[in-house]
Ligand binder design. Structure first.
Ligand SMILES: [Zn+2]
Ligand SMILES: [Zn+2]
Length: 498
């Protein structure tokens, strides 16, 4: 989105230095940076000579009120690399950063910024691009072009790592030292867990995405953005575990900081609605725990339908709360909610706080999502769709997909199908020797042994409105895969429980 009216208010000012500089200033359309929305761009062109090398040459551009992010791209004529000169940015409040030659793209917004730059509010007024000739520059003129993009979106474009659809596995719940993720170093001192530590472990666990969900703060997002720059195979999601005295919930894919505090005028359902405004996926965490001195607010208190309408998911497995004797208290609550007519996505998260010495491990459990791409927007949309399963045990290729077919109509996990005779199909991989249980309204209706590494099981049944079906795969009684639900709706297309 373009800042309203910014083009009309745009004006060009004379350079504040660089007498030898050739001024060619124009407002033109330029292609947006990869992965970002299309935006009009301002282009500053010119040339620098050795005479300009004593101090940076400054070019002015005007930032209108309401601007929330700036992207700058520097290129030079005749150079193979993106950048050719040192350059930086100066806002009304002071210098925001400086890049040495070779790094041609800079992003600045309120919460994040490229390496070498300070995040913070984008003040309206006169900003300057600062240009410094490289010291080894020869006698001739070096032509440059700076492309400036301004936007009123709350944060920058988020990367697309893979553009083809597929199943993507990730951990939706980990903590860094930006909240309470700490480990002991070699000297026995408590030191914060860095986003990079988490990143390395997630790669080793063969995950495609990782949500760093520190408690209440978003100070880790700048580390997430910077770690992403060196992580072409692992998508780092902007997450947060919003932590209150009445329960914890995860927000995945937030775009801005939203106050986490409850109050007399802000009950849980209002807080949830506020956080979800930008489209984040919200899931209730470890709802089965009790709230006590060890973990204040860990249990979920507001269990009314009005509040739960504001969330999309339920954490049915939490890696820091081991499954005892095959019990699934989180899954049982999820099943109870579906029985009363809620449609909620079952997810899992390791809740790792110490990936080095702690008892929880990244990716145990993981949440596997069918998504249109490996990008934050696509993963969030995939989570909301419900075509998702939980992999309790880290095993790269273990897989379950569930569908129901009736009269040539097929519903996948997260979707609803009309009542009547249904054929349920569970496609399983990597679980030979384990046992698959068919679930109807929370109860096991039939169990089958899985013999092959790639096997499709079917079950024919009559279904009535309010039914829902899922499968759980177990190994020696311990769950290894949990599917999401296919719902049965009435003739009006409503799933209302019963
Ligand atoms: Zn928690
Ligand atoms: Zn947590």
């Amino acid at each position: 989105m373009i800042v309203a009216g910014w083009r009309a208010r745009l004006r060009w000012l004379a350079p504040s230095g660089g007498a030898a500089m050739v001024m060619v200033a124009a407002l033109v359309r330029a292609p947006a940076h990869a992965g970002s929305e299309s935006r009009e761009a301002l282009i500053l062109s010119g040339g620098l000579t050795r005479a300009d090398s004593d101090r940076p040459v400054e070019r002015v551009f005007v930032v209108p009120p309401g601007t929330s992010q700036i992207d700058l791209d520097l290129t030079c004529a005749g150079t193979q690399h993106d950048a050719c000169l040192d350059f930086g940015a100066r806002g009304p409040g002071g210098i925001r950063g400086w890049s040495m030659a070779g790094h041609g793209h800079v992003h600045i917004d309120a919460l994040s910024a490229s390496y070498g730059y300070l995040p913070g509010a984008i003040e309206p007024g006169e900003w300057h691009v600062m240009l410094g000739a490289a010291p080894d520059h020869d006698e001739g003129e070096r032509s440059y072009q700076v492309t400036i993009r301004l936007s009123d979106r709350p944060t920058g474009a988020r990367p697309v790592l893979r553009s083809a659809p597929g199943w993507f596995a990730g951990d939706l719940h980990v903590h860094s030292g930006h909240s309470d993720g700490y480990h002991l170093d070699r000297l026995g001192h408590e030191v914060p867990v860095s986003v990079r530590d988490l990143n390395v472990d997630a790669g080793a666990a063969h995950l495609d995405f990782l949500a760093v969900t520190d408690h209440n703060t978003v100070s880790h997002w700048i580390d997430v953005d910077r770690a992403q720059a060196t992580s072409p195979d692992l998508l780092l999601l902007h997450g947060r575990e919003i932590t209150t005295a009445r329960g914890h919930f995860n927000a995945i894919g937030e775009r801005r900081f939203t106050d986490f505090r409850l109050g007399p005028e802000r009950p849980m359902r209002r807080l949830l609605a506020d956080v979800a405004k930008d489209g984040a996926f919200l899931s209730v965490n470890h709802a089965w725990l009790s709230s006590d001195q060890w973990c204040a607010g860990c249990g979920w208190m507001d269990r009314d339908a009005e509040t739960l309408q504001e969330v999309s998911g339920i954490e049915v497995l939490n890696g820091s709360t081991p499954v005892l004797a095959g019990e699934l208290p989180g899954w049982t609550w999820w099943a109870d909610l579906l029985n009363r007519g809620e449609r909620l996505v079952a997810v899992g998260g390791s809740d790792v706080h110490d990936p080095i010495d702690g008892h929880a491990a990244i990716g145990r459990p993981s949440t596997v999502v069918w998504a249109s791409a490996l990008s934050e927007d696509a993963i969030v949309a995939g989570l909301k769709s419900g075509r998702v399963f939980v992999r309790a045990v880290p095993k790269e290729h273990s897989f379950v997909d569930l569908a129901a077919t009736s009269d040539r109509i097929t519903a996948t996990m997260g979707q609803a199908i009309s009542q009547g005779r249904l054929t349920l199909t569970a496609h399983l991989r990597g679980v030979a020797g384990q046992q698959c249980s068919w679930i109807r309204r929370g109860n096991v209706v039939q169990s089958s042994d899985v013999h092959a590494d790639d096997q499709t099981l079917t079950l024919s049944t009559d279904a009535v409105p309010g039914d829902w079906f899922s499968v759980i795969v177990r190994r020696h009684g311990q769950p290894s895969l949990l599917s999401n639900a296919v719902y049965v709706q009435d003739e009006r297309g409503v799933f209302a429980g019963r």
